[in-house]
Write a protein that binds this ligand. Structure first.
Ligand SMILES: NC(=O)c1ccc[n+]([C@@H]2O[C@H](COP(=O)([O-])OP(=O)(O)OC[C@H]3O[C@@H](n4cnc5c(N)ncnc54)[C@H](OP(=O)(O)O)[C@@H]3O)[C@@H](O)[C@H]2O)c1
Length: 270
């Protein structure tokens, strides 16, 4: 796929991976439609990229409601049809399920699953008319390997992976492709607080957003169906598919350790 002649609509552009993706797409000559809620961050980023000669528009939108998604779709289509749509906006929730507020569960499903589904649906007729394009879904390794203390986040990323896989098959022969990407732990504000403390305590492998973005953009340029990060993580995903009881056993000690490290999130006396 030729990125230098492409327009990219990017959600989550104000976030850690999103900003890095914007810089990477810009470096490869793409035009950008940047979306997020934090207008100050989007303004700073777009000024930086315009300074480097990139054509950038900003479409602020809150994807936590269907109206917000519809507004974004309308704004994106009013300037033409994007060639590449990257669904990168996402929210995380950490903690034992009964210690997580009900509203947080609803917010995660809306942001991580319903918003990308509705946005794809709204943009699809226009892309079909052009007979080309690509939808990119930023999932997670937790979308293939469900993790304790991340039940809702894991469930939303499993759903997103299923959505991307079904859509890829549905769009076969249409000229429109689908790429699903599954990063592992990446150093961004998403993990601020307990997840970051746990990752350090458990010596988890951690990626920098710039490296993650470079590999994602490369996968888009090569029109890859999917991209998983980390050899060990990929191995665990396979093991989980064939021998989930082995993974249950393997994660038992880690779950206990997470609960000891973060008793509040585990609903324990602290
Ligand atoms: N960091 C990791 O370890 C990791 C690992 C695997 C997968 N991922 C996935 O990578 C993607 C990007 O995450 P990140 O690490 O870059 O996180 P981040 O720095 O927290 O950025 C999250 C982005 O999502 C946007 N967002 C959240 N809720 C939104 C809403 N209701 N409406 C519109 N935008 C909303 C944020 O916008 P505002 O800031 O403007 O509110 C921000 O741009 C997510 O889908 C995440 O699940 C991350």
């Amino acid at each position: 796929m030729n990125l230098s002649t492409s327009t990219v609509l990017l959600t989550g552009a104000s976030g850690g991976i999103g900003q890095a993706l914007a810089r990477e797409f810009a470096a490869r000559g793409a035009r950008l439609l940047l979306s997020g809620r934090d207008t100050a961050k989007l303004a700073t980023l777009s000024a930086e990229l315009r300074g480097l000669g990139t054509e950038v528009s900003v479409l602020a939108a809150d994807l936590s409601s269907a109206e917000g998604v519809a507004r974004l779709a309308h704004a994106a289509l009013s300037g033409g049809v994007p060639d590449i749509v990257v669904h990168c906006a996402g929210a995380l929730s950490f903690g034992r399920l009964d210690a997580v507020p009900a509203e947080e569960i609803a917010r995660l499903w809306q942001t991580n699953v319903i918003a990308p589904s509705l946005l794809t649906r709204a943009l699809l007729p226009a892309l079909r008319k052009t007979g080309r394009g690509r939808f990119v879904f930023v999932g997670s390794i937790f979308g293939s390997l469900a993790f304790p203390m991340y039940a809702t986040y894991s469930a939303t990323k499993f759903a997103l992976r299923g959505f991307a896989e079904a859509l890829r098959r549905e769009l076969d022969g249409s000229g429109i492709g689908v790429t699903y990407v599954a990063p592992r732990y990446t150093r961004t504000a998403l993990n601020d607080g307990a997840p970051a403390r746990i990752a350090s305590a458990l010596a988890m492998q951690q990626d920098e957003p710039a490296l993650v973005a470079a590999r994602i953009v490369d996968a888009v340029a090569r029109e890859r169906r999917e991209l998983y990060f980390g050899f060990g993580e990929r191995l665990f995903v396979k093991l989980n598919a064939w021998f989930p009881w082995l993974v249950d056993r393997g994660l038992r000690a880690q779950t206990r350790r997470m609960q000891e490290l973060e008793p509040a999130a585990a609903g324990l006396p602290h």
